[in-house]
Design a protein around this ligand. Sequence first.
Ligand code: GRF
Length: 194
Amino acid sequence: MRNIVILISGGGSNMAAIVRAAEREHWARRFDARVAAVISNKADAGGLALAQAQGIATAVVAHQDYPNREAFDAALADAIDAHAPALVVLAGFMRILTPGFVARYEGRLLNIHPSLLPAFPGLHTHRRAIEAGCKVAGLTVHQVTVDLDHGPILAQAVVPILSDDTPETLSARVLAQEHRVYPQAIASWLSETN
Ligand code: GRF
């Protein structure tokens, strides 16, 4: 069985959507894959309880317990590798990763970013897209490389920006599409690497 490890920092709604898709679409039978663990850098991440309720192993590697990024990433890699992952999925994981960490999981490390990359890498994407006068926003699923929010693109979806949108209303509509597209992109990755 190929193990998927999901990294989160917050609510974990993307993680929950992936777990639901794995069940509904029988990833175990079709792709020999399962969500084996959910790991958070924050002990209070709401997604941890969601994962536990599904019987998924969870762990916390708290970044403030480590003196620098290298030490944190080494501890995080240990927690991940305990599950011998075929795929590591960043789902609202709000830490910048070191080049060594990215190299360790090269080709099997995915991220979702709430903009149409290469537009608006980094934070506050929805506010920046509205302020720039964009007519569309969206999301991107991509391979993670050392360049933040710049790896090869696996999937995108476009979401219109409405004239009365706020960052919050736009974010909610983009998030709904994230929940649809991220599981699809992961299923495609699993199918292509099977
Ligand atoms: C998502 O919009 C993700 O793209 C962004 O952070 C949000 C995480 O939401 N980077 P959740 O934790 O999956 O609910």
